[in-house]
Write a protein that binds this ligand. Structure first.
Ligand SMILES: NC(=O)c1ccc[n+]([C@@H]2O[C@H](COP(=O)([O-])OP(=O)(O)OC[C@H]3O[C@@H](n4cnc5c(N)ncnc54)[C@H](OP(=O)(O)O)[C@@H]3O)[C@@H](O)[C@H]2O)c1
Length: 319
């Protein structure tokens, strides 16, 4: 029998139509029938198919779709307008999950930012800032990062290079050229800077009590993240690397990581934990570089300028 209870709170999951986001949505929908889950996705048709599937698998009808393209600031602002006009239950959580990796050349967002940085960081930065006021006390924000941000984890990915956020947004201004995979690991470092800085600002500049954490799902072979890789690499990603989930620590099935991410949103044990980095459901230290306060402040300040955030769009002081 389908659940027909009216939901008491709203949870937004960016990129909830596929991979980790889909599994997270499904697990929340199964366990917490009192929540409305908003799949915030760039392709509405694909997202509606995912929504039907989540409804069926979770036996929960409280799922909806709203269009959100993180590669367009206009789309993010339009998503927020629609969300605010929708009369949904109080906003409890935002899961900043959507992400991409570009290895074939440099691509740009509609606003001219390098797309890995633009989508993985800047789009979420605007989304979270603009919705902060609406998040209830004891609400939760989670930024999906990656252990690839930490060279000590030996993930096989190149270590991030953070000089200035301006260079990440506009690589042409820098004398250092990052590879696509470096842009990706650096964007995942930015997710952690953003989580730590947002946590600190909420605690020091507002009276609100909102938990902000970063999450590492571990490598999850088979998801759409490798779509820009060549044919052989994509074949290995889909059919060979999944075997590693049996052999290697921190290589996970997407369903296992989806359960872990969902539990950070819903489990009571995480209620008062904020400003931390989770490897699955285990709280651990992030990389040494991720605690660099100067970089963190540079990222925050530059992001405000890049997205032209206005004071009436966020409850946090802009300076
Ligand atoms: N897979 C891994 O090994 C791994 C490891 C560590 C961390 N992660 C992180 O986990 C998160 C989810 O990745 P995944 O592995 O589940 O990959 P995925 O299957 O490719 O899912 C990525 C999601 O992001 C969405 N997305 C991409 N660009 C977007 C945009 N411009 N606007 C809105 N949504 C956009 C995709 O939408 P479409 O379906 O429309 O493309 C999709 O829903 C990412 O943040 C990734 O960095 C993944």
């Amino acid at each position: 029998m389908k659940n027909t209870n009216s939901p008491q709170k709203t949870i937004i999951i960016t990129g909830g139509n596929a991979g980790l986001g889909y599994e997270c949505a499904k697990n929340i929908a199964k366990a917490y029938k009192d929540s409305l889950i908003v799949l915030a996705c760039r392709n509405v048709e694909k997202a509606k198919i995912a929504m039907d599937s989540v409804k069926k698998e979770s036996v929960n009808n409280n799922i909806t779709v709203l269009e959100l393209d993180l590669a367009s600031l206009e789309s993010v602002r339009s998503f927020i307008r629609t969300f605010l006009n929708s009369n949904f239950p109080p906003l409890y959580s935002i899961v900043c999950n959507a992400g991409l990796q570009i290895v074939n050349g440099i691509k740009y967002t509609k606003d001219g930012f390098e797309a890995t940085f633009g989508v993985n960081h800047l789009g979420h930065f605007v989304l979270v800032n603009m919705l902060l006021e609406k998040i209830v006390n004891s609400g939760r924000i989670i930024f999906v990062s990656s252990d690839t941000h930490d060279p000590l984890q030996k993930t096989g990915m190149p270590e991030p290079i953070y000089d200035k956020a301006e260079f990440l947004a506009y690589p042409g201004k820098s004398v250092v050229t990052l590879s696509g995979t470096q842009r990706y690991t650096t964007s995942k470092l930015c997710n952690i800077y953003c989580a730590y800085e947002l946590d600190e600002r909420i605690r020091s500049q507002t009276t609100r009590s909102i938990a902000v954490n970063a999450f590492n799902p571990g490598m999850m072979p088979g998801t759409g993240l490798a779509r820009d890789y060549g044919l052989i690499a994509r074949f290995a990603w889909k059919y060979i690397l999944p075997v590693m989930t049996l052999l290697k620590r921190n290589v996970n099935t997407v369903s296992k990581s989806g359960r872990a991410l969902a539990s950070l949103v819903t489990n009571a044990e995480f209620e008062n934990v904020t400003g931390k980095y989770f490897d699955g459901t285990r709280q651990i230290s992030s990389s040494k570089l991720s605690y660099d306060i100067k970089n963190r402040k540079d990222l925050w300040g530059t992001s405000i300028k890049l997205v032209q955030l206005k004071q009436d769009e966020t409850i946090l002081p802009l300076d």
